[in-house]
Structure formats: C-alpha cells, structure tokens
Design a protein around this ligand. Sequence first.
Ligand code: 4AD
Ligand code: MG
Length: 457
Amino acid sequence: MQHTDIYDILRDEAYVGQKVTVCGWVRTSRDSKNVSFLEVNDGTSLKHIQVVLDKSRFADPAPFLKLGTAVRVTGQAVKGMVQNSVEINAEEVAVLGECPGEYPLQKKRHTLEYLRTIPHLRVRANTFNAIFRVRSVVSFAIHEYFQKNRFTYVHTPILTGSDCEGAGEVFKVTTIGYSDQYKSEEAYYADDFFGQPAGLSVSGQLEGEVAAMGLGKIYTFGPSFRAENSNTPRHVAEFWHVEPEVAFADLHDIIGVAEEMIKYIIQAVLERCGDELDFFERFFEKGLREKLTNVAENDFQVLDYTEAIQLLKKADVDFTYPVEWGCDLQTEHERYITERVFNKPVFVTNYPKDIKAFYMKQNPDGKTVAATDLLVPGVGEIIGCSEREADLGKLLAAMEARGMDQAAYADYLDLRRFGSVPHSGFGLGLERMIMYVTGAANIRDVQLYPRTVGSIR
Ligand code: 4AD
Ligand code: MG
C-alpha cells in the first residue's frame, strides 16, 4: 500500500507543499463548525500527525472521527500552527478498518494496570509505542556493541537437559500429558520425547562457555525461562537474556566489558530516542535524561560484599531482613546501597561462596567467589557476573558440596580437562535494562506479553 511513514513527514521539511499519503489509527479527533481534526499515528513515531478535514470537502466526517479507526489519508503536507510541525490538509480519506465505540482505548489516560488487561491493544497507546521503540533501539545497540568488539553471536539451545544454575527453577518440557499409567519416574521419562528429563533453559551460560573455549569472545541474546514463584515488579517467567562469555578474562576484565556495554546502550538511547525520553521524563521519571547522562559519563562504583555488609549494618534503616555476613542481599539492601549510599550503578563483588552458583571461581580466602552483581537505582540487580572456576579439581569439589550429578555436566567438565583457561561472563536481563532506561516501574510493562506466576495469555 503506497504511503509515507509519519516519522519521515514530521521530520523532513521537504515534504511541505507535497502531496502525501499516510496510513494509521485515529488517536484523537475534534469537530468544529467548518473543519474537523484527526490525530493519526502509524507507529513509526511517538508524535501523531494532524489531519485537517475541510467540511466543504468532507460534508460527513463522522466515520473518520471515531477513535481507533484505521485510515488512509491523502493530501497536502503544510506547516502546522505549532512551531516545526507539519500537518496534512486532507483531500481523500479512506476507512481501512472501522472501530466501534466500545474500543477499550479511550481518549483519557488509562492506568498501566488497566492496560495490562489488554496486551493486544495497548501497543497503540503512547506509553507502549515509546517503550517498544526503546526496547528495539537497546537490542540493536547491544548487538552493535558486541559486533564492534569482535564478539561472535552464538545461539545457545532453548531446550536443555541441564539446569545451568542448579537452582531447580526449570520449566519441564514433555510430550506426555496427564497419565496414571507409569509406575515410576524412570518409566515415565523413558517414554518421553528425549528419554530423560528436559526443560527450558534458564541461561545459555554453560553452552556459551563451550563456544567461548573455541571462539574466544562470544555473546548470546535470546529468551531464558525461570519457574520462580516470585510475584514482584522485576520478575517474569520468560525474559530476554544477554550473555557474553570471554576467554582469557578475569573478574576485573569482565566488569570492564559490562560497564562499557551499559554505557554504550545508554548513549544509543540518549542519541536515538529523544522523543521517547521526553515522554518518560514527563510520565515515568523526572530527571531521567540527567540520570542517564551521568551514568554514561561517570565511573561505576565497585564495592566488596564485605564492605557492603558493613555499610548496611551501620545504616539507620529498619530492614525487614536482618544483615549478617553470609546473607544474600535482599531488594531493600540493594536499593539502600545503590540509591541511598552511592546513587549510581554499583558492582558488588566477592560474594560468599555458599550463596552463589557452583561454577564461580573460588577466591584464595576459601570463603568468597569472584562474582559480582551490578545494582542500579530504582531496579536493583540488572547483571549477574562472575569469573568461572577453571580448575577441574576445585570445580568438582564445589559440585560435590552441592550434591550435583557430575555425569549431567560431562561436557562442561571436559572444558576444564582440555586446555582450560581463565574466563568470565555475565548475564544482563534485557527487561530490567529497559526498566532502567525508561523509568518503567513494572517489568510487565516492557514486554509484549509478560508471563508471570498464574498468568499466561
Ligand atoms: O543473575 P542471573 O541468575 O545469572 C545467570 O543466569 C548467569 N548464568 C549469567 C551469566 O553469568 N552468564 O541472571 C542474570 C540476569 C539478572 O541479573 C537479571 O537481570 C535477569 O538475568 N533475570 C531476570 N529478569 C527478569 N525476570 C527474571 N525472573 C529474571 N531472572 C534473572
Ligand atoms: Mg543473579
């Protein structure tokens, strides 16, 4: 269907005086004695284009004025009343799709909670127009950053026979529905598609390590799945996961990669999403642009876990969860550190080994591992990162201490047998990154169809 993107017409003076055709949905409309106005949006830009219908030409504009109606408009592009704006004096309007009055998106500002009940329609609201464009720009910037730095993009499997984190949050994959014909679990799995338990991957890390041991620097970027029973504004069952893995890199090196990547993403959003940032600044987070500029221009904080515990113990705050060396940091602790103490991104490093995964490199102190979480104000943890244990003996001991089945990790252990090298990697949750750069407070608002406990559509 021949037409021009509204984005182009709004941005290029050269269209003024030209005859143009645009397509889109009517977002608002106004009727007066001699003229009617439509605000039309085609999704290519956050701003709508105004269409003016002269009643001497359009005697009955009513069918075009209904909110949500899909239209094709042809007319002259002219300078609008507002500075730098362009509008269209309509010569021809065609209704592509009618939209009756019960259309769930009305002119008023709907709450985000209400919009979550209509995921199939909310993409036509400004908030989601802005969020999904930023999500696209961020995704592209992630690829750009890694490609420019010669990381190879690998696709790790989504169906897996192992639980990467050993945390048991795996969704099971089976082709056998409910049945009482099996006498034992073994008999059941023997009959199933893979002949053994299988699930959806919680992380591409283990396979990412395999790839990095030949390709040197790799990244994955795809969906991960977690059957966590956490009904919070930061958890979903299906999220997009960016996982670089770098050979010949220690914790310090990988922290450098993480910081540089975050800054690259933020710079891209600052440069490419001006209208969207104005919108979020107005409706989500005051000072957002200044926050992002500060992050892009300043060093992140690096803070040892042990020092973090000391800071939390000194804090004049009544935490719900008490703080002791050895405890996992709760959201309230993370927020205190990153929002109240530093007010910038903080890498908390060297966590106690007992609260972290088996694959993390054990520090010489025998108590901690070379791991770090990146915490940011407003969201909390956005990155989980570590140097990997490259020593076969130490890795086996860590697995044994956790009662893990070595046979299930045979490939992973082989990497430590054949030319093992120091290597490190991290996982960035794309949705949490989007929350951080947009100021969105709930992860359910940065995905097309969020999946959470008790909710799938
Ligand atoms: O900290 P996590 O669990 O680390 C890993 O999975 C490592 N294997 C990564 C690696 O070293 N390659 O998860 C990494 C990040 C978290 O910091 C968070 O941003 C995101 O993934 N994440 C989630 N995002 C949304 N919903 C969930 N349920 C998430 N679980 C983790
Ligand atoms: Mg983590």
